[in-house]
Write a protein that binds this ligand. Structure first.
Ligand SMILES: Nc1ncnc2c1ncn2[C@@H]1O[C@H](COP(=O)(O)OP(=O)(O)OP(=O)(O)O)[C@@H](O)[C@H]1O
Length: 243
């Protein structure tokens, strides 16, 4: 995944200024920086929720810049949010099922495609079971999402994002509200994926433990990027952020 010369302004505030970096395919790349550095804005640009005033975003050579958020999602870009977004009135299993794409329905088409639709439904049910097990949610499959504490809702959101086997997964503060066991589960899930992961996270222990690469933002600019061990020693980063 490549971000090239991306800039975003909100009126007079430059939230991002010519941001450039590459997240290696199949790796885990952390985006860190102090509050207001531009991390969420960057995620919004990559997922298509915000149009940059300049620059490009591409995934495996495909230019995504002109695509809507929905088209990007169909092209394998999935994300979670700082404030969890799940369907409260659906169960955990229904939440994950709803995240899988269904072909358009029409009566005659359905009739003609009936056997294959049954197969498709079975496959989708299997995928839901698989993802629930991966995220440790099987015992909660019939619970309503609204009734769950924030840590479990975050895992439901993760399961939803994983359901369609994304090519790029964006996680915005995934450990926030999770207890120690849930963080351990998250770590296992994230490090076991083959997909490219980009994560914004304030928990430095988690970031340093799972990321292959870090990008450090400060006041909308990339001030450093590289492997975590190098970033930890970088005097500019220490001054701006790590202290
Ligand atoms: N909708 C908006 N309108 C105006 N300014 C905004 C808007 N969204 C973000 N900003 C400003 O853009 C800058 C970057 O904000 P952003 O939320 O991307 O930072 P962040 O690194 O995600 O911060 P945090 O760690 O607090 O979530 C900040 O100065 C913020 O005040």
């Amino acid at each position: 995944m490549r971000v090239e010369d991306v800039s975003v302004s909100f009126g007079g505030v430059r939230a991002l200024t010519e941001v450039n970096f590459e997240a290696p395919e199949g790796g885990i790349c952390g985006v860190i920086g102090p509050n207001g550095a531009g991390k969420t804005t960057l995620f919004d640009v990559i997922s298509g929720l915000r149009r940059p005033s300049g620059g490009r975003v591409s995934l495996q050579g495909q230019d995504l810049t002109g695509l809507s958020a929905v088209k990007r999602a169909r092209n394998g870009v999935r994300r979670t949010f700082q404030r969890t977004q799940v369907f409260g009135r659906l169960t955990v299993a229904e939440n994950v099922l709803a995240a899988l794409e269904w072909p358009r329905q029409n009566f005659l088409g359905d009739l003609a495609a009936w056997p294959s639709r049954r197969t498709l439904e079975r496959e989708r049910g299997g995928r839901v079971d698989e993802v629930l097990a991966l995220c440790g949610l099987t015992p909660l499959r019939d619970a309503y999402a609204a009734a769950l504490p924030v840590g479990q809702r975050r895992l439901v959101e993760l399961a939803r994002a994983l359901a369609g086997r994304p090519r790029l997964l964006l996680l915005d503060e995934p450990t926030s509200g999770l207890d120690a066991d849930q963080v351990a589960r998250l770590r296992e899930v994230v490090t076991g994926l083959e997909t490219t992961v980009l994560l914004v996270e304030h928990d430095m222990g988690f970031v340093m433990g799972v990321c292959d690469r870090l990008v450090v933002l400060d006041l909308g600019k990339v001030i450093a990027q590289g492997p975590p061990e190098r970033i930890r020693q970088d005097p500019v980063v220490r001054a701006a952020y790590l202290g």
